[in-house]
Design a protein around this ligand. Structure first.
Ligand code: RI2
Length: 311
């Protein structure tokens, strides 16, 4: 797929999930570099720069996309020839894609240990990292009762039901507004993340913060499963995470509401760190208060410099 095709598919949510959009963007940049026909280094840098910008503009909230693109392009400025630039972009993209897939695997194993035999678990939206932990716990022989929210308006919960069923789990689907009603019977909530801020707040699918609030009230552990490239170096410099608002037609079709009705369709929300018991990453289970440390240690100086240099 071309960069334009990938960016379009991300925008239309044909490619979705914070990790998947990052991997797809990395793959698109790799192909762009591989297919470059010119001989000038400047020209190649320029065309990769345009490709990077187009991919970054496709969806604004998930920092995984920015971190992924950054990982692929990290050697672009120092490359001395077209060949060197091509090789570095292709290698960095392959490395990022592999690392990100391995991370989901590790998170599955680590997250599984936090779930006990007989647990009743709720998940929200469709996070491969969160589902990785639940499915691994099932593979480890734990009998879980799993509940999935519908996740309006895109209804990613239906995909979650399919993923769980394919893994041999018989899940129960609930509407989003049933989460607090159900909470008293639950043992754990497991969700993914699109962005984790330097103060430990987690940006995830709209509704996550309501579920976290209900879990906090009922003292049900709330666990976030997220690769370290979901942590945001930009938030270290005070940038607020842009919450994507999508088309009103995703909430109600024309004719379903009186003309002129105002419809809001924010896609993500922020869960404060106080409501989060654990963040499961590929480098271990950490509290939200470790977010700053993870950004500095794991993403490193290059990412931090790049995040700060734009302003
Ligand atoms: P993984 C998704 O966003 C959901 O908010 C989900 O929790 C998050 O990405 C993380 O998903 P969307 O693309 O990376 O459905 O764990 O808007 O798969």
């Amino acid at each position: 797929m071309s960069v334009e095709d990938v960016a379009g598919a991300i925008k239309r949510m044909e490619i979705r999930g914070a990790a998947e959009i990052a991997r797809s963007a990395a793959g698109a940049l790799r192909d762009e570099a591989g297919d470059f026909q010119g001989h000038s280094l400047e020209e190649m840098r320029h065309s990769l720069g345009l490709a990077r910008d187009e991919l970054l503009e496709s969806r604004p909230t998930a920092i995984s996309l920015w971190n992924g693109v950054q990982a692929v392009m990290k050697d672009a400025a120092s490359a001395k020839s077209v060949d060197e630039l091509r090789r570095s972009v292709m290698k960095n993209a392959d490395d990022f894609i592999k690392r990100s897939k391995d991370a989901v695997d590790i998170i599955g194993h680590v997250g599984s240990r936090r779930l006990r035999d007989g647990d009743k678990v709720l998940t929200h939206c469709n996070s491969k990292a969160a589902l990785g932990a639940i499915i691994q716990a099932h593979k480890d022989g734990k009998h879980l009762e799993v509940y999935a929210t519908e996740s309006r308006p895109w209804r990613q919960g239906l995909q979650t039901i399919k993923d769980l069923t394919a893994a041999g789990i018989k899940p129960t689907l609930i509407v989003d507004s049933a989460a607090r009603w159900l909470m008293k019977d639950l043992d754990a909530v497991v969700v993914g993340a699109d962005t984790i801020c330097s103060n430990g707040a987690v940006i995830n699918k709209i509704g996550t913060s309501q579920i976290a609030l209900a879990a906090h009230e009922a003292r049900v552990p709330f666990m976030v499963c997220a690769e370290t490239f979901k942590f945001s170096p930009k938030t270290m410099y005070g940038e607020l995470v842009e919450i994507e608002e999508r088309d009103s037609g995703e909430v109600a079709k024309a004719g379903e509401v009186p003309p002129g009705t105002r419809i809001l369709n924010p896609v993500f929300d922020a869960t404060p760190p106080e409501y989060i018991d654990a963040i499961v990453t590929e480098i271990g289970v950490v509290p939200p208060s470790a977010a700053y440390e993870i950004i500095v240690r794991q993403l490193g100086q290059e990412f931090i410099f790049e995040a700060n240099s734009k302003w």
